[in-house]
Structures are given as C-alpha cells and as structure tokens.
Ligand binder design. Structure first.
Ligand code: ADP
Ligand code: ZN
Ligand code: MG
Length: 477
C-alpha cells in the first residue's frame, strides 16, 4: 500500500473584483434579482459586440504578478463551443492557445514550489437552477462575469498540500484585491485532478473531481478518491479517465461523465475580439499598484515588530485580520495587540454565541481594542477583567472605559483593600507563607491566585504580589 504516490493538479476559477462584466457594462454583483444584470452582449443577441473590460485585464495582470508569473505581450480570445441553457451564445469566450499569463507559482511552507502552468481569462457562464421539480430556471446575471483560471502543474502530492496551496492562493488574490474569493458566493471555484501511481512508474490515469464547494470538500474528496483508485489498481483493474462529482453528504465521489462523453469544444479564435496587448508600461503600472502580499507582511512582522513566526502567520492569515492588527497598532504595542487578536479576538469568531464569523461582522473596532489594551498596559485593568470587557465589546460593542465602569471592573490599586484580601488568604494558607518565609519566593504565586479570586479579578496583581511578600517578611522577622 505504502509505495503508492498521489499526483494532483488544481484548476481554480476566480471571479475578478470588477464593477462590470468582462465584455459589457452590466454590473458584476452577487445577489441581484434574476436576469436583472443582462444586456444584448451577455445574453448573446445577434449582432451584439463584446468589448474587453480594461479593469478586468488590469486585475488579471496583477494576479499574474502576485504569483511571479510571466505576462504575454500578446494573447487572444477563443470561442469554446458547447450547447447548454446557461450559455446563450452557444460558446464561452476564453483564452485557449494564447493565455495572457504562464509560469509562476506558490512556495509551500515546506519549501516545495507548486508551479503554475498558466493563468487565462474567460467569461463565466450563467446559472441553471434544476431543483424546481421538472422545471429548470436560468439566471444570466453570472453570464459574462470576468474569471481568471489558474492551472497548476501536477506538482501536488497530498490533500494537505492542496489545502495549503488553495489557502495561499486565496490569500494572495484577496490581498492583491484581485477577487474576494468568497466560495459561498461562487467567486472561487476549484476542480481537482487526481491520479495515483507506484513509485518509479509512469503517472496513472487522472480523474477530475468537481462540485467542491469548500476547501474541506477538496480535502475530503481527495482522501476518498485516492484509496478508490489504489483499490482498483490492486484488484487488477484501473481507473477510467472521467469527471466525478463529490457527494459531501455521503462522502464519496461518483461518475458524472467519462472520456467518451467528453466535449469536443471546437475552439477557434474569436473574430469579434482583437488580440490582447500588454505593454511593459502596463506591467510596471500594475506592479507599482500591487499592495504588500502576505509573505512580505509576515516577514515584516517578524523583522520590524519582533513577532514570532507563529504570530506573524496567524495575523496575516487574511488581509482583513492583518489590516485590523495594523489599525490596532496605532493604539497599542505590537506584542500585546498580537496576543490579544490571536488568542481572544480570532478565537471568538468560532464561538457560536458570537454574532459573526468574520472580523468585519463584529462590533469591535481596532480603536476600541486599542483603548482596552491601553488600560491593560497602564495597569488600570487586569488581564482577566479585560477579557470580560472584550467579550462584551465583541458581542455587543461599546467603548472600553464605559464598560469598565459599567461592569465595575476597574483594577483596585488601593493598598488598604489589597492588604485586607492578602491577610485573609495568608491566614488560610499559612503553610505556603512559611515556604515563602523560608526563602522559596516562587511559592508566592500560589497565594496571588486566591487573592485575585477574592478580589473578583479586580486587584492589581503586581501590587498583590508585592503586598504578600511584604506581609510575610514583616511577620517572619
Ligand atoms: P485536460 O486536457 O484534461 O484539461 P490538462 O493536461 O490540461 O488536462 O491538465 C489539467 C490539470 O490536470 C492540470 O492541473 C494538470 O496539472 C493536471 N494533471 C494532468 N495530468 C495529471 C495526472 N496524471 N494526475 C493528476 N493531475 C494531472
Ligand atoms: Zn451585459
Ligand atoms: Mg486543460
């Protein structure tokens, strides 16, 4: 079993974040009334002529640059012919023989590079909705939305690598403002090509997996497809080249169409569209407009802010988180901000009681968090109390200072009150006090906790510690 190798190549479609469609002025938006965003061009009326959206080309070029790819000075559009109700022209405009971009890739944490074969531009098809009894509904709002398709070489060798590659690709496109990559809205879609072979023998027959609506489904479908193929070979059979659909409920893949029913798309150059010319001037402009990418940010967080590699990774996991962190830095120290965002804020996002799964859905603002951390840094608020305040800020919003008052959490630095709590605890834990008196100063930690509890987390822990030591010294001399 163990000498089987898995070979994977990924084809990822991303909708570009333009205002309008690829070849007409219809809005590129999600969620409009069915067929509201259509015109003669994107519904394929006779005589309507496509005109390339310059902004789409700019974003496509930016994607190529962000992935270290090479941009073709000249590329072209072709017609990919097939008949389906979501494609009123009878063909999809796509780049075939001459894509605008080749090469480039993504380096995984292990140092392995996943090479890109190409990136090309194409238009999206409409949406056919089949789940209305025996009626099929067609919504052409999506028809003509600009896409880039990034195709990897078959360099990936496990589900984990596929997941890491996709996560990195999504981050890069989001950072670069190329696409929102929101899989729930279909703006990032992925097809997986998988085969297995024995070490030292030629690659096996590849199977294409479709219908993968999340990165989790990508991982699961590979984890189910690989043993299926191995079992076939081991029983003396072999996989057939085909497209299989992943069924996430039953956690298996099933055949959708085999090679025999594969389409012959009869590609030919689109006579309505001139060649796409990208000049070095355009490339330099796009390069200058490229924002800082996640890998660069991670490096900077380590070098300039002194964050650990782990913290830098967590804080750059999405542009949204990184931007939130940087805005918080206006009001707080980097390490404090990193700890609180990494540990408390991001963790809250996976809490079912918290209204929102994304940072931008929370009422908490970077200014608000910064103010709270200022109170912690100045000793006005203990860490425990700050967590309580933060919880309210995350769930309901509000500003730190008023919440501290409202919740009665202001840290107590009043020595008389602290002394009273300390005496209480010392009386109850005389044996620990003796250990401290005998020279084991570390043992005082076992007393600080109970004092903090007695004060309901409001005592200033530094003062508590000092007071305990002073009281013990005073009684032992
Ligand atoms: P097709 O002609 O079917 O579109 P391509 O050669 O264009 O096939 O490859 C499509 C994707 O499949 C690419 O990402 C490529 O790396 C990947 N691929 C090609 N051969 C294999 C294989 N034997 N196993 C896994 N993936 C493969
Ligand atoms: Zn249109
Ligand atoms: Mg192909």
């Amino acid at each position: 079993m163990s000498d089987w190798k898995t070979v994977i190549g990924l084809e990822v479609h991303c909708q570009l974040a333009t205002r309008t469609k690829l070849f007409c002025g219809c809005p590129n938006e999600f969620g409009a009334a069915p067929n509201a965003n259509t015109c003669p061009v994107c519904t394929g009326q006779p005589g309507a002529l496509p005109v390339l959206n310059g902004r789409a080309l700019e974003l496509a070029v930016r994607a190529g640059l962000a992935l270290g790819a090479e941009l073709a000075p000249r590329s072209s559009f072709a017609r990919k012919n097939y008949f389906y109700c979501d494609l009123p022209k009878g063909y999809q405009i796509s780049q075939y023989e001459q894509p605008y971009c080749t090469g480039g890739g993504i380096v995984l944490a292990s140092g392995k590079k996943i090479r890109l074969e190409r990136i090309h531009m194409e238009e999206d098809a409409g949406k056919a909705i089949h789940d209305r009894g025996d009626t099929t509904l067609v919504d052409l709002n999506r028809a003509g939305i600009p896409l880039i398709e990034s195709v990897t070489e078959a360099d990936l060798s496990s589900a984990e690598e596929a997941h890491e590659y996709l996560t990195a690709l999504k981050e890069i496109f989001q950072y670069a403002g190329v696409s929102d990559c929101d899989m729930e809205k279909g703006s990032l879609r992925c097809d997986v090509n998988v085969s297995v072979h024995r070490e030292g023998t030629p690659w096996g027959t590849k199977v294409e997996l479709k219908n993968l609506n999340s990165f989790r489904h990508v991982v699961e479908s590979i984890e189910h497809e690989v043993p299926r193929q191995i079992a076939l070979y081991e029983s003396g059979a072999a996989p057939v080249q085909e497209t299989r659909l992943y069924d996430p409920d039953r956690k298996l893949t099933r055949s959708m169409r085999s090679k025999e029913d594969a389409h012959d798309y009869r590609y030919f150059p689109d006579p309505d569209l001139p060649p796409v010319l990208v000049e070095s001037r355009d490339i330099e402009r796009a390069r200058a407009g490229l924002p800082e990418l996640p890998a660069q940010r991670r490096l900077r967080y380590g070098q300039e802010l002194g964050l650990s590699e782990y913290d830098a990774g967590v804080l750059t996991s999405s542009r949204e988180v990184a931007d939130f962190f940087e805005a918080t830095l206006q009001h707080a120290e980097p390490k404090l901000a990193a700890n609180w965002i990494g540990n408390e804020v991001l963790r809250a996002l996976s809490d079912p009681d918290v209204p929102g799964e994304r940072l931008e859905e929370l009422p908490l603002t970077p200014e608000g968090l910064g103010e709270l951390l200022g109170l912690v840094a100045h000793g006005t608020l203990s860490a425990g109390a700050a967590k309580k305040v933060l919880r309210v800020m995350i769930v309901k919003g509000g500003d730190a200072a008023s919440l501290v008052d409202e919740l009665g959490l202001k840290q107590v630095s009043d020595t008389a009150r602290i002394e009273a709590w300390c005496r209480e605890v010392l009386a109850a834990k005389a044996e620990v006090a003796e250990q401290v008196a005998a020279g084991n100063e570390k043992a005082v930690g076992a007393l600080v906790g109970p004092v903090m509890q007695a004060s309901k987390g409001k005592a200033n822990p530094k003062l508590v510690r000092e007071t305990l030591l002073a009281l013990i010294r005073a009684t032992s001399t």
